[in-house]
Design a protein around this ligand. Structure first.
Ligand code: C2O
Ligand code: CU
Length: 454
C-alpha cells in the first residue's frame, strides 16, 4: 500500500461514546398550507458537548446532526427558505429528487456565507421514495458533509400498500473524533479512500436501542462519506421492499445487503427476542493504510412477535421506460503519479477531471437513454446521477452478463472493480446535471462530470 504523511491526531477510543440509549426519532419540520410545505433550514456551526471533557464543533442544519426530517406527499410543493451561516459557500442538494437544475443545489448555484435563498421543489406523481439532502458546493463538499451536514427527506404517496406498518428511520453516518473533540481531516489516506470515522452512528447515536412490536417498516440511509455498509439483521427476519426511488414490485427475502455510500433501502422486519443490526466487514479494495474492517453492531433491538403480517403480493407496478433512443458512456478510472517525491492520485471520469465549464454529455429531456457505466479501476465506486432516477437493466462482471433480477428505481448504484452496468433513464427537465462517484472525496478530486440536458 501507498503511505504518505500519516499525520493524524490521536483519536478518541472507539467505545468512548455512550451506547444503548433509546433510538431518537428524526425531528420532523415543516408547516403545511394546502399542498405547500414550508420550512426553514439554516446551515451553521454548532457545538455539542459529547463527553464531560469533550466539546465538538459540528456543522449542522438547524443545530442538529443529522438534520431535521422533511416529509412530504407526492404532488406537494416544498418551499425551503435556506440560510448559510457557515464560513464557506454551500448549497443544498436534494439527493435523488428529479428537480429542475436551478433548484438541484449543484455546484453551479452556490449560496455565499451570510446569504439566503429559496428552494422550490415540486414533487411529481411517482416520486414517493427515500431521499436525503446534503451540501454540494464546488470543492468543499467533503468537509461540509463529514462535519455533519446531511438530513433525511421522505416523499409519500396516498396509495401506499405498506402504510399500515409502523415505521422507523435509521440514518447512518460516520464520525471521526480526535481525543480533543475535533473532527480531523486532510490525512492523505482520506483523499484516496474517503473519510471514515471510528464511530458509525444511527440518527447521531452510537449503538442505540430499538423496540419493535410486530412487523415494522424501516428506512435505512447510508449517509457516510465513504463507508460501505454490509448490513445483516442478526436474530430476526427482514425483506427488501424498496430502494432509493420507492417500493419494488414485490417484497424479496433478504440475507445481507451491501448499502453503498448514499444508497437507501426500505425493509420490513419481524421476529422476536434480542436482535442486532450489524455491519459486516466489506472489502472495497482500499488503497491506504486503513486497518482491516471488523464487524460492528450498529443498533440493538428487542423484538416481540405481533400478529402475522401478510405483505401484499404486489407492492406496485414499475413500468419499463421504453425503447432507448440514445446511449452514453461513463468510465471511472484512477491514475497514480509521482510529484516532488510524493504519490498523488487522480480520480477521473472518461479520462478527465471535473470541469464546471465543460458539458461531458448532451441529452434531450423526455428521451429514453441507456447509460453504460464502467468501473475501470481497482476499487469500488458508487455511481450517482442528478436530475432523474434510473433502472439497472444489466450487470457484467468477469465476462458474465447478468440481467437484473428485479425492477427498481435508484439514483445511486455501486460498481465493483471491472464491473459494467447498463442503466435505463430519462431526464424530465432541461439543465446541467452532475454524475459522479459518491465517495465524496473522489467526487471532489475530479470523479465528476456533467450532462447538459436540452
Ligand atoms: Cu448525494 Cu451529487 O450527490
Ligand atoms: Cu470513488
Amino acid at each position: 500500500a501507498l503511505r504518505i504523511a500519516p499525520a493524524d491526531l490521536p483519536l478518541l477510543p472507539a467505545d468512548a461514546l455512550p451506547t444503548g440509549q433509546p433510538l431518537l426519532p428524526l425531528h420532523r419540520i415543516g408547516e403545511r398550507d394546502g399542498a405547500v410545505l414550508r420550512l426553514a433550514l439554516t446551515a451553521a456551526p454548532h457545538t455539542v458537548q459529547l463527553l464531560p471533557s469533550v466539546k465538538t464543533e459540528f456543522w449542522s442544519y438547524n443545530g442538529s446532526t443529522p438534520g431535521p426530517l422533511i416529509e412530504a406527499m407526492e404532488g406537494d410543493t416544498l418551499e425551503i427558505r435556506f440560510r448559510n451561516d457557515l464560513p464557506q459557500a454551500t448549497t443544498v442538494h436534494w439527493h435523488g429528487l428529479p428537480v429542475p437544475a436551478d433548484q438541484d443545489g449543484g455546484p453551479h448555484h452556490p449560496v455565499a456565507p451570510g446569504e439566503e435563498r429559496l428552494y422550490r421543489l415540486e414533487l411529481p406523481k411517482g416520486s414517493a421514495g427515500t431521499y436525503w439532502y446534503h451540501p454540494h458546493p464546488h470543492g468543499d463538499t467533503p468537509e461540509q458533509v463529514f462535519r455533519g451536514l446531511a438530513g433525511a427527506l421522505i416523499v409519500r404517496t396516498a396509495d401506499d400498500p405498506l402504510a399500515a406498518l409502523p415505521e422507523q428511520h435509521l440514518f447512518i453516518s460516520d464520525l471521526r473524533l480526535a481525543a480533543d473533540g475535533s473532527i480531523p481531516f486532510n490525512n492523505v489516506d482520506d483523499w484516496m479512500d474517503g473519510r471514515e470515522g471510528q464511530f458509525v452512528l444511527v440518527n447521531g447515536q452510537l449503538q442505540p436501542q430499538l423496540t419493535v412490536n410486530g412487523a415494522q417498516r424501516w428506512r435505512i440511509w447510508n449517509a457516510c462519506s465513504a463507508r460501505y455498509l454490509r448490513l445483516k439483521l442478526a436474530g430476526a427476519q427482514w425483506q427488501l421492499v424498496g430502494t432509493d426511488g420507492g417500493l419494488l414490485e414485490q417484497a424479496r427475502p433478504l440475507g445481507e445487503l451491501v448499502l453503498a455510500p448514499a444508497e437507501r433501502i426500505e425493509v420490513v422486519v419481524s421476529g422476536s427476542g434480542a436482535v442486532r443490526l450489524l455491519a459486516l466487514p466489506y472489502d472495497r479494495q482500499k488503497m491506504g493504510d486503513a486497518p482491516p474492517e471488523r464487524e460492528r453492531v450498529l443498533a440493538r433491538a428487542t423484538f416481540s412477535a405481533g400478529p402475522r403480517v401478510q405483505l401484499p403480493a404486489r407492492l406496485r407496478s414499475i413500468a419499463d421506460p421504453g425503447l432507448a433512443r440514445a446511449t452514453k458512456r461513463v468510465v471511472f478510472s484512477e491514475t497514480m503519479s509521482m510529484e516532488n517525491g510524493q504519490h498523488s492520485m487522480a480520480f477521473l471520469i472518461n479520462g478527465k477531471a471535473y470541469d464546471m465549464n465543460r458539458a461531458d454529455w448532451h441529452s434531450k429531456a423526455g428521451e429514453v437513454e441507456l447509460w453504460e457505466v464502467i468501473n475501470d479501476s481497482h476499487m469500488d465506486h458508487p455511481f450517482h446521477l442528478h436530475g432523474t432516477q434510473f433502472m439497472v437493466v444489466e450487470r457484467k462482471r468477469g465476462g458474465k452478463v447478468v440481467r437484473e433480477p428485479f425492477k427498481a428505481w435508484r439514483d445511486t448504484v455501486n460498481l465493483r472493480p471491472n464491473e459494467r452496468l447498463l442503466l435505463k433513464l430519462r431526464f424530465p427537465h432541461p439543465g446541467m446535471y452532475m454524475a459522479h462517484c459518491h465517495i465524496i472525496e473522489h467526487e471532489a478530486q475530479g470523479m465528476m462530470a456533467q450532462v447538459q440536458v436540452s
